[in-house]
Design a protein around this ligand. Structure first.
Ligand code: 6GU
Length: 226
């Protein structure tokens, strides 16, 4: 898989891909993440990428031409499965969408800023619009990092124990059960005895019950779902 991220603040996207699981996925060649500075496609001596909005009003709008130049260059080099615009008014991101996107080959993510992009970008270049939740971020970069993380950890070979993504919260519309590690007793606070029993059938049942209970209490909305 290859993810191309287009941004006016490319530095914001350095750290998320430079550590831990995502770093290793990239080093293993399981995914390629390329961040593009939209400024390099900006207009004139000052490489501008935004302008005042027609009709007046506060806030700048990202211009179509720099975005067209950047996307057109990428499209001339390979085919893309989706050209995604990261925006608070996009489709709400969830695990199902992460699963679907993890099956794709090449993705572009365009990070919105200011008042967003000229609507013609959305009409003519964008194939999918994603929001990560009902709140407004300063730009799409952190959202692109969130979506990329959720996708990349699903790619075969990224997680060491491949089954572990399957037992994540949300993967089957259940929240994950509680987990414990050593010591068995900390200040008198005990690990549930069943986890120390060595009876794996009983432990699986306990975990399932805990998942179900936790989901009923915390996220009942997940249970009335397909
Ligand atoms: Cl994708 N972008 C911005 N700027 N804010 C958001 C978002 C995206 N998703 C939720 N809030």
């Amino acid at each position: 898989m290859r993810i191309d991220i287009i941004s006016v603040v490319p530095h914001l996207l350095e750290s998320p891909f430079s550590h831990s699981i995502l770093k290793r996925a990239i080093e293993k060649g399981l995914v390629e993440v390329v961040v593009h500075n939209l400024r390099e496609y900006g207009l004139g001596k000052h490489r501008i990428t935004d302008d005042y909005q027609f009709g007046g009003g506060a806030g700048m709008v990202m211009m179509i031409e720099p975005i067209d130049r950047c996307i057109s260059k990428l499209k001339s080099e390979r085919n893309y499965d989706e050209i995604i615009y990261m925006t608070p008014d996009g489709e709400r991101f969830n695990q199902k969408m992460a699963n679907q996107l993890s099956l794709k080959g090449n993705l572009i993510m365009l990070c919105g800023h200011y008042k967003g992009v000229d609507e013609r970008v959305r009409e003519h270049f964008i194939t999918k619009e994603i929001s990560i939740g009902d709140y407004v971020l300063s730009g799409g970069e952190l959202a692109a990092a969130v979506v990329s993380d959720a996708i990349i950890r699903l790619l075969p070979g990224v997680l060491s124990d491949e089954t572990s993504a399957l037992t994540d919260s949300f993967q089957d519309n259940f929240l994950a059960p509680p987990v414990y590690t050593r010591p068995e007793d900390y200040n008198g606070w005990q690990v549930p005895e069943i986890l120390l029993s060595g009876d794996h059938k009983k432990i699986d049942n306990w975990r399932f019950e805990q998942s179900l209970e936790r989901t009923k209490i915390r996220r009942p909305d997940l249970l009335n779902h397909e």
